[in-house]
Design a protein around this ligand. Structure first.
Ligand code: DX5
Ligand code: ZN
Length: 229
């Protein structure tokens, strides 16, 4: 099995037929469902909540669901997402008053905690949290919208986090989110990233294809990743 995981962001899917979209992208070989939660407060956009996560589980989705919380405050909504079937729950440290408490809350609710860093957010919080996390998520765009351009300095950040994770000896995922597609996934992998969010690159590629199939774009990403070994 590949050490790399592809996590389509359903933000760019057709919400009018979300279950089918998720089925198709998983059938195309994606590994994780990236679920972007926006509150029109922490970020200037509004998306989906626990009801939609639960609906995907009821629809039959068994793949991990990677809930990316772009909300403030964080804690109130965590148990709701755990009950709704979230696998990972990641949050932005500046959106929580008590980061250690929020990490523990996610773990106590049976989910895997992760921290998310915006392009300009320093990594110092990791000094006292990394060994309690299952995922570090680096934003390679400013959060709020799909379809933005990849910010290159995040590659340097990824190299630093890779070193920090390796030093722990623990199995902690390093995920990147924003502006990733077949054209740049290889250089992102070479910077030490193992989990790749892609929204518009995947869902817009499949839009014109018959029955919204995503096989060729997921295969193109895997073909690039194969060169990293
Ligand atoms: C942005 C979201 C991303 C976004 C990525 O706030 O966190 O997950 O959907 O979309 P693309 O891949 O189009 O940049
Ligand atoms: Zn995201």
């Amino acid at each position: 099995m590949s050490k790399y995981r592809i996590a389509p962001s359903i933000l760019s899917a057709n919400f009018a037929k979300l279950g089918e979209e998720v089925d198709n992208v998983l059938a195309a070989g994606a590994d994780i469902v990236h679920f972007d939660v926006m509150d029109n407060h922490y970020v200037p956009n509004l998306t989906i909540g626990p009801l939609v996560c639960e609906a995907l589980r009821k629809h039959g989705v068994t793949a991990p669901i990677d809930v990316h919380l772009m909300v403030k405050p964080v804690d109130r909504i965590v148990p709701d997402f755990a009950k709704a079937g979230a696998t990972y729950i990641t949050f932005h440290p500046e959106a929580s008053e008590h980061i250690d408490r929020t990490i523990a809350l996610i773990r106590d609710n049976g989910c895997k905690p992760g921290l998310v860093f915006n392009p300009a957010t320093p990594l110092d919080v990791l000094e006292w949290t990394l060994d309690k996390l299952d995922m570090v998520l680096l934003m390679s765009v400013n959060p709020g919208f799909g379809g933005q351009k990849f910010i290159p300095h995040v590659l340097e950040k990824a190299r630093r986090v890779r070193q920090m994770i390796d030093a722990t000896g623990k199995d902690i995922a390093l995920e990147i989110d924003g502006g990733v597609g077949p054209a740049n996934i290889l250089e992102v992998a070479k910077a030490g990233v193992d989990t790749f969010v892609a929204g518009s690159a995947i869902f817009s590629a499949g839009k014109d294809a018959d029955a919204h199939r995503y096989d060729s774009v997921v295969a193109a990403m895997r073909a690039e990743l194969a060169k990293a070994r």
